[in-house]
Design a protein around this ligand. Structure first.
Ligand code: AMP
Length: 581
């Protein structure tokens, strides 16, 4: 009964449903009018034929003819009477067999079913909910984040402003609730006081309102909000956001850092406190032709070779790895160790390489600016929309899928390409095209959805950065209050408390790399940190280790070594911070 009331209320509250209900009532009124009219005419025509019938018989005859039941017990004898019967019959067929059922289903039954389903989406979470994450949008970032949250034991809820949106998500198996995003009561009902985090990735203005509303209710809650511009970032910070996500900027900077500028200088791609993770090309150095064992990189410089990039995948390096012209190392070391690597192994290219950036939107422009800062290459940028590259002298306005535009940009002379359009299909097509054009192009690509990353790699990209992964990893980083760092698509540096199964044991005997695919790059204990611990390092009984590996390797590590994942162990209270990368 309660359900019925809520469904009827939902129908009456919805404006479209109210209009539909009125149409249905109007149709029923016309039908009633027709029945009365036909009954009166029946009466008059029967008197004309000399037959006497009651008014009830008139209604009975009209309904049996209109519904095509036609018992045949009362019939007209004259042509006029039979013509009248045909009119009543045809009107009945149109009204009762076609118009009314259709209208009933369209205007009443379907909205009823929708309202019934919408009534299922909760407007309030049970009081038992805690350490949950409230999301205000189901986008590419949320779809990548949700499985991670489930992995780490955080319940989540996607808050939708309309029942229709919540229903659509519910049908896709996404947990959703309904509530006005600007209403403090909504957040109270979402148990914000016991939530672990709020993530708002709608439009900038909505995010500002959400942040401000939620911040008043939960002064210490980590709130992550996305922004498209510097001005919005300021507003969100003022509204109380813990972290303002500037994904386009982040991605542009990350892509620019990954570009190989044909010198063997190691360039830093991520920092973990004092430990630098860097990439370095072997091309042109004395390292080419040697095996890793003979290169003595570690003994000469202290730098740890974590692995090599192989088409966007981090492959852990064995001592027998043969170093070739194409080897791109992933290194870990302190600044001094990397400086030592640079002085020991560096050769510099004589000519500046040419980099072609495709797409001059937010990502493309951020890439351009970051490359300009490095001042080590010649840059061209192709963009369809002239407004977006106004003031960039190297910009070529046109569609990058057109041959004449590519010629104008001297695409053939480029050594590296960074494909940054927002459309994954275009990015795949451009990657295939350029890879066919030349096998030596260094191609970096952006992908919006995680599922297109393997496609882009198969198409020939050397490295793909996914918008969804970057966003979800950054959000997870805030939630875990840790230095969780995304290096490339799917490769993370992540912390874990030293589990009892590892405490007091030598790294060499634990053989974490062989068992899980992760590599330990730092150990933190008693307020001190050991970067790049050697194989004969004995783990302390308590503290944290930092590992590097892809998501699957991280999951294997969690499963095999079972570090403590309780929130108190991995969640430091997050103060306000601005995004760094
Ligand atoms: P954003 O998502 O802000 O980085 O914007 C992506 C940019 O890529 C937009 O400015 C688009 O105009 C641009 N873009 C998309 N497709 C093409 C194309 N085929 N050629 C050139 N630019 C493109």
């Amino acid at each position: 009964m309660k359900g019925l009331v809520s469904v009827v209320t939902a129908i009456l509250q919805d404006r479209a449903s109210r209009t539909n209900l009125k149409s249905l009532l109007r149709l029923l009124a016309v039908l009633l009018g027709l029945v009365v009219l036909f009954s009166v005419l029946f009466h008059l025509l029967m008197i004309r034929e000399g037959q006497e019938h009651s008014w009830i018989t008139g209604v009975y005859w009209t309904l049996t003819v209109m519904s095509t039941l036609g018992f045949g017990d009362i019939t007209f004898q004259s042509d006029l009477g039979r013509l009248f019967s045909i009119v009543v019959l045809v009107t009945g067929v149109i009204y009762l067999l076609v118009l009314l059922p259709f209208t009933f289903i369209q205007f009443f039954y379907a909205p009823w079913m929708r309202a019934q389903a919408a009534a299922r989406a909760p407007r309030e979470l049970p009081s038992s909910w805690r350490q949950h994450v409230i999301l205000t949008n189901y986008d590419a970032v949320a779809s990548a984040l949700i499985p991670m949250l489930e992995n780490y034991g955080h319940p989540y809820i996607v808050l939708c402003p309309t029942p229709a949106e919540a229903l659509a998500l519910d049908e896709r198996g996404v947990k959703s609730a309904v509530g006005d995003l600007d209403d403090p009561d909504t957040y109270r009902k979402m148990r914000i006081d016991r939530a672990a985090m709020l993530v708002s990735t709608r439009g900038d203005m909505v995010n500002a309102n959400v942040t401000f509303t939620a911040r008043e209710l939960a002064p210490r809650l980590p709130i992550v909000a996305s922004a498209d511009s510097d001005a919005s970032q300021d507003v969100l910070e003022l509204a109380g956001a813990t972290l303002v996500l500037r994904l386009e900027k982040m991605m542009g900077q990350a892509l620019a850092r990954r570009i190989s500028l044909r010198d063997s200088d190691a360039h830093v791609i991520g920092k973990l406190g004092g430990l630098h993770i860097a990439e370095a090309a072997a091309a042109g150095t004395a390292l080419v032709g040697q095996t890793l064992r003979h290169s003595q990189i570690r003994s000469k410089t202290g730098v740890n070779v974590i692995g090599i990039w192989n088409h966007g995948r981090l492959e852990f390096a064995s001592p027998d790895l043969a170093i070739t012209e194409h080897t791109l190392f992933v290194l870990a070391g302190t600044k001094q160790q990397l400086d030592s690597f640079n002085t020991t192994f560096t050769t510099n290219a004589e000519t500046k390489p040419r980099v072609l950036v495709i797409g001059g939107g937010r990502v493309g422009r951020a890439t351009y600016r970051a490359l300009k800062e490095r001042d080590a290459c010649c840059i061209s940028i192709i963009e369809r929309n002239p407004e977006r590259v106004r003031g960039i002298p190297e910009a070529i306005v046109g569609d990058a899928t057109q041959m004449d535009v590519l010629k104008l940009a001297s695409a053939r002379e480029a050594t590296s390409l960074i494909i940054t359009t927002h459309d994954d299909d275009t990015n795949v097509a451009l990657t295939i095209f350029f890879r066919r054009l030349r096998s030596t192009f260094h191609i970096l690509a952006r992908s919006t959805l995680d599922r297109n990353v393997p496609t882009l790699l198969r198409a020939g990209a050397d490295l793909v950065l996914s918008y969804a992964s970057m966003g979800s990893n950054t959000v997870l980083n805030v939630l875990r209050g840790s230095d969780h760092l995304l290096l490339a698509e799917g490769v993370n540096i992540f912390p874990a408390t030293i589990p009892p199964s590892m405490a007091g044991r030598l790294l060499s005997e634990l053989d974490v790399r062989a068992q899980t695919g992760c590599s330990i790059i730092a150990v933190e204990a008693g307020g001190e940190r050991v970067d790049n611990p050697p194989p004969d390092y004995r783990l302390p009984p308590a503290g944290r280790i930092f590992l590097i590996g892809d998501i699957a390797a991280e999951e294997r590590f969690l499963k095999i070594f079972k570090p403590d994942l309780s929130p108190s162990k991995r969640w430091r209270s997050a103060g306000r911070r601005s995004q760094s990368n």
